[in-house]
Design a protein around this ligand. Structure first.
Ligand code: ZN
Ligand code: ZN
Length: 261
């Protein structure tokens, strides 16, 4: 039997507000309606105390617009589709109290947890970027260390931030060729899943992985370990343009059934 996953809900889309996606909020909603989805969840990038240029997240003004426009759309599309306004908060181990404070300040309906940045001296490196400069510096620090720190941050994040879902769990260093999780990393992933289970935090099945590596994020064994713990799966396209809303969702039931049998 196929593990339960609601493919009529896209739990992770962005908009132009983050500076690295394109399209207005309404275009994403339109696309979701056309695809026959029942729910679309905006999960806009929220980063705290990160030093990185150009900014790839929303500032306070962007968030003010986001919730205003989101509420307008909720009314406009009432009865057609459910719209939730959430955030994808990056976890910065140096700013947990501030992250909690910022999330509490906004009328957030879903909190996705991720970790996109890695502290390096006075600035941060982007763990998910394909930019040569970031990749070279991360390679010099060493993938072993970087992945261990990344997973430690997610564990701490799940334990200290009230979140609903962990996003693209193993997307770290996705553009660095030949990166593999070691046995120690695997133990960290299991610890992370234990914490998610204890706090009823869902695992995102992120279909942007199909475009990056031909399979979803995260890897099969992580999904299997999550299911063993009774962790809920949530589908997310991580759309950065309207046409990506719900991407590959039709493949998910079969994909999961084949891999978790
Ligand atoms: Zn993004
Ligand atoms: Zn992300």
């Amino acid at each position: 039997m196929s593990p339960a996953i609601d493919i009529l809900e896209d739990g992770h889309v962005h908009t132009r507000l983050c500076n690295h996606a394109v399209g207005e909020m309404e275009e994403y909603v339109e696309q979701a309606v056309q695809r026959g989805l029942t729910t679309i969840v905006f999960l806009e990038h929220l980063e705290t105390a990160i030093s990185y240029q150009p900014r790839s997240w929303l500032d306070d003004d962007d968030f003010a617009y986001y919730f205003e426009e989101g509420n307008r759309l909720k009314h406009r599309y009432q009865g057609m589709i459910r719209i939730l306004l959430g955030v994808e908060t990056g976890f910065n181990p140096e700013a947990a109290p501030l992250i909690r404070e910022r999330i509490a300040r906004y009328p957030v309906e879903r909190v996705g947890l991720s970790c996109h940045f890695y502290r390096h001296g006075d600035t941060h490196l982007n763990l998910l970027s394909r930019r040569r400069q970031s990749l070279d510096q991360l390679a010099a620090i060493g993938p072993e260390t970087v992945i261990a720190d990344y997973l430690a941050a997610l564990i701490e994040g799940v334990q200290s931030i009230d979140c609903d879902v962990v996003c693209h769990l193993d997307a770290v260093l996705r553009h660095l060729p030949g990166v593999r999780f070691s046995a120690a990393h695997r133990r960290q992933v299991e610890e992370l899943l234990d914490s998610m289970q204890a706090r009823k935090v869902a695992l995102e099945i992120n279909t942007s992985g199909f475009d990056y590596r031909g399979t979803v994020f995260p890897a099969d064994w992580i999904i299997a370990e999550a299911l063993r713990r009774g962790i809920i799966l949530r589908a997310g396209s991580d759309a950065h343009q309207p046409s990506e809303v719900g991407r590959y969702f039709e493949q998910l039931p079969r994909y999961l059934a084949e891999r978790t049998a």
